[in-house]
Design a protein around this ligand. Sequence first.
Ligand code: WTA
Length: 659
Amino acid sequence: MSQSDLLRPNLPEQGSIEHISRQEARIPVPEAFAAQANVTPGQYAEWYRESIESPETFWDARAKDFHWFQPYHRVLDWQPPFAQWFVGGQTNLSYNALDRHVDAGRGDKRALVWEGEEGEVREYTYAQLLDEVSLTAAALTRLGVKKGDRVTLYLPMIPEAVMAMLACTRIGAPHTVVFGGFAAGAIADRMVAAGSEFVITADIGQRKGEPLPLKSVVDEAIKLAEEQGQAVRGVLVVRHTGSDVTMQPGRDHWWHEARTDEREDALPLDSEHPLFILYTSGSTGKPKGILHTTAGYMIGAALSTYAALDLKDHDLFWCTADVGWITGHTYSTYGPLLLGQTTFMYEGAHNYPHWGRFWDMIGRHGITILYTAPTAIRSFMRHGDDTPAEYDLSSLRLLGSVGEPINPQAWHWYHRVIGAERCPVVDTWWQTETGSIMLTTLPGAHPAEPGTAGVPMFGIDPVILNREGEEMQADEGGFLTLRQPWPSMLRTVYGDDERYAKTYFGEIDGVYFAGDGARRSEDGYVTVLGRVDDVLNVSGHRLSTAEVESALVAHPQVAEAAVVGKPDEMKGESIFAFVLPQEGQTPDPQELRQYVSDLIGKVARPDHIVVAPALPKTRSGKIMRRFLRQIAAGKSIEGDTSTLDDPSVLERLAATPVE
Ligand code: WTA
């Protein structure tokens, strides 16, 4: 993001701000919940104070729960903006998530319960999951994957995705998971950027009963990556549906054949050994490879799952996020397993084959904690109260929300209809970059305020600043920044320390700032107001406007494109594209949608397209997106239009049909 973006006075226009601007009455913690909560109000206060006043003492105490092959000699080395945690220690996340529990005699406990879209169920105990992961790690080693090699994962939500992630972390090969909704071009870009020579995929996935041809998309991605000079040495293919796929001899191996009876032990890894890279959208067209490292991420994932999601021994925890996103990393996979608890995973669509699918699974499996996204909650809400009422939801004891601001209406529906007003609702704010939850109400410690995320997690020191870096008054909107380093923070943008420093610590001097606006109440509750940069949040999926724009301008009939978010009741934001055709051309909006979908993936498909006669530009040629956002939202134009080269463009644009 450039300085001029920061200066954009557009905070009040972003996303769902209007929906959440009024202060809602707080909902007290239910007594029955408080009585059994992992963290009480007193403990929160004591831990929080210690975590801010003496972070090293606090985190040292938390780290004691884990297995260290070699103890660290220093908790934190902070050379802003570069942090190292648990310096000199050696550990292994896979070991701590699996072996540690089996060694402690908990091998028979269920680690993973999975349900496929057609209803098949698989369960793995900790002993079984450890076995699967050790076999997979050995297979990867035989394929030539070594410590430090980046492995690309393009997998559906199947147990093998969890096994593959843990197998990579077992041998110190950072994984880079690419969401199944991304197309070959996006996979190739990530493989090239990460220098990844190995891929793990499946033959075919399934969504809403339709097959997803994963292996052939990977074949195409490899071709594209190879054209950019990235050699690919091995592909491991899970036979999921048993469909015919082309296997390239020497390069492609079936998962079930590559795994023999050899098992691989967990490798002792430095605390700061790269754990995974996850590509996410920023303000430019090029996705950023967010690098997380071993020990700090591990401890942040575990502590937040324990404190904010209250996981315990009798729980069956379901985080509905796909492993292609950070939430699927930290809370579908690593957090619950690090705590030795049971995680539930579902392969398919939320409304397949009917709108009761989630509630049916909760009832049948006895799921106790549900962690999902506002976009899903809003779509269930639209289908009414009757469907959930048909199912037994009495096993639920806690509900969570993540990924985008939750509007109070959806919050109340979730609380009343799904949680029967018995379950606390936690609204958790965090980012790919932060690795774990940063702001929330702890379910047994803090009353919840619908539409407001809440208070900081341990070690998190949020401060709302203006563009000069001065602290805002209570209840005033500003930039949401974090002042202290924390263990699960990103360490860098993979291969680009300079971009890391500039993007995250360079906009407002010396503090972490990653694109959100917020305000804080007198008593410390933070309300997140949405992104203030050019990042869109579409159904909880993060996308950059620049990425969609560069796909559009790659089309031969498009000269220029400007993409903005349009507030959307269901999706949070929808993608609105203004497209300026090449001289004499009239591009077909439907074709443009398909084109973007083929280049980046279905997630980036523009919802609305205006084939524009011109774009509003300043005399120096900068597109004024502020006005485009107003037009997209169907609002009248507000603000100073005198800097525009030709202000009449706005009227012409507003009169152009939206397709
Ligand atoms: C948004 C997802 C409001 C925010 C974990 C952030 C939220 C971006 C919330 C990160 C929330 C996430 N309330 N906004 N509870 N949770 N966001 O990297 O704009 O996919 O910057 O991480 O999602 O998206 P990401």
